[in-house]
Design a protein around this ligand. Structure first.
Ligand SMILES: Nc1ncnc2c1ncn2[C@@H]1O[C@H](COP(=O)(O)OP(=O)(O)OP(=O)(O)O)[C@@H](O)[C@H]1O
Length: 304
């Protein structure tokens, strides 16, 4: 079951192609992260899926319907990067107002407490809330109607550590309740922690998609590095390691052995060195991160 299906989407602003033939699928009941640097086209894509913008070409289907179909409104929750608020309304009034438009809303007070907007912030006019508090209120407004699908545009940008973790907890709870979540982020740890599926976007195109573990190369997600004098027989080393392992020598006697780097892998490399009289030094293990994947795919850093 697909909650969102985007095929060959194109959106041009003047001469710039913000979205340039972008396709991806969002499975129902899962958390999908659209990950990419500033200006990659994430917000534009999400706003087309939310029905706020029209694509120049390609299609987006949301819960089987056109994103502009008004019947989707009660079924889809939207957290915008900004806007959509009455500046003078208090946080709790805003949330109650949105809740009143839904048949079976969550309890607004309990939800405010869950996102940490209790006491004075709940009674503060929207325009006087801090940036982080505004975001937490937007998040609450996106989920108060018990939607089937939620779009969260950079839900944790600018939040402090506590609010960030509260937001992550809320996303986990949504997933447990069977809600489909699509979020945009340029935070690697966020995508890695929350997402069942990550869609990496760069310059308006999908450059890779899959579960974080798949993107990082399945099980082969680590490197063991060490230094040793002389030229080692790496072919012989590989015979001591699981099939699929790789080993390279870099200048200055640096060796990189990659594969499923678990305790047995490290033990096998060290045992081979000991048995062959190789005095390995500077031994360290590094896990391949989503950032490594991104740099490999695009040749540029994800963090601006
Ligand atoms: N209304 C607009 N008019 C002109 N250009 C726009 C408009 N909206 C977005 N763009 C441009 O389209 C490109 C993609 O923007 P978009 O906001 O979709 O990226 P993003 O991946 O969400 O970035 P960020 O992480 O910074 O929010 C950017 O170069 C942006 O400047």
């Amino acid at each position: 079951m697909l909650a969102v299906e985007v095929v060959d989407l194109v959106k041009t602003y003047g001469r710039a192609r913000a979205v340039d033939g972008l396709s991806f699928e969002v499975p129902a009941g899962k958390v999908t992260a659209l990950l990419g640097p500033n200006g990659a086209g994430k917000t534009t894509t999400v706003e087309i899926c939310e029905g706020f913008r029209r694509a120049d070409a390609g299609t987006a289907r949301v819960l089987g319907a056109d994103p502009r179909d008004p019947r989707l409104r009660p079924r889809v929750g939207v957290m915008l990067q900004s806007g959509g608020m009455y500046p003078g309304a208090k946080a709790d009034e805003m949330l109650r107002l949105v809740a009143a438009h839904h048949a079976h809303p969550l309890d607004p007070d309990a939800l405010l407490a869950r996102v940490g907007l209790v006491g004075a912030p709940a009674r503060t006019p929207f325009r006087r809330l801090s940036g982080g508090q505004k975001q937490l209120l937007s998040l609450a407004m996106a989920v108060v109607g018990r939607p089937e699908l939620v779009f969260l545009d950079e839900p944790t940008a600018g939040l402090d550590v506590r609010a960030r973790h509260d937001t992550w907890d809320l996303v986990e709870q949504l997933r447990s309740a069977g809600v489909t979540v699509v979020l945009t982020t340029h935070a690697m740890d966020e995508a890695e922690k929350l997402a069942d599926q990550v869609v990496i976007i760069n310059r308006g195109r999908v450059v890779a998609a899959g579960a974080p573990i798949e993107l990082k190369g399945g099980g082969a997600d680590g490197e063991l590095r060490f230094r040793a004098p002389g030229r080692l027989d790496l072919g012989q080393l590989l015979t001591a390691l699981p099939v699929g392992s790789r080993a390279v020598e870099r200048a200055g006697g640096h060796y990189i052995v990659s594969g499923t780097v678990d305790a047995a892998f490290v033990a096998a490399v060290m045992a081979w060195c000991a048995n062959n009289g190789v005095p390995a030094t500077d031994v360290r293990v590094e896990q391949r991160s989503l950032e490594d994947v991104f740099v490999d795919l695009t040749g540029s850093e994800l963090t601006p």
